[in-house]
Design a protein around this ligand. Sequence first.
Ligand SMILES: [Zn+2]
Length: 199
Amino acid sequence: MAIAGPEIERLIQLLARLPGLGPRSARRAALHLIRKREQLLSPLAEAMRIAEERVRACSVCGNVDSRDPCTICTDARRDQATLVVVETVGDLWALERASATRGLYHVLGGVLSPLDGVGPDDLTLDRLVERVAAGGVAEVVLAVNATVDGQTTAHYITDLLAPHAVKVTRLAHGVPVGGELDYLDDGTLSAAMRQRTAF
Ligand SMILES: [Zn+2]
């Protein structure tokens, strides 16, 4: 039995698709938004409209931003010789939040996973090799998750980059086995980056 008109039900259904929000909390969030029309609903709707219009994937690293190349790629103060390879934009943001590196990034868009049908062509591996081959990169840090697929991917990339004069390292074992970067606390993430080891 619906307790509200289709517009509100639609809002609740869409909110319920957000990570971490179930039907109950989506209902609560919808009610909160409707109550705070001026302070929250209108600005949020406007921010979402602008994000929808302007946010794109960076053609260099795969980060998402309202400019392409992204803010990180165009920041001349960053260490241009270090390329940190991550699985997802969420991992990139986790490393940034922890101020774990001053290097540039490369977002793979996932990991190799034969079971899920994810092969090398589904990731941005070609672009990674192109960036390394273009020169100027001294170290590639494989900041992939400590999962089986993550480690398989790390080995694959190490082989891909073997013909190039670049040092390949990985995060230290502060990253728990099976651990996902986005869920680590900032201190652990920073330590794992500082104590990275040769691959
Ligand atoms: Zn970028």
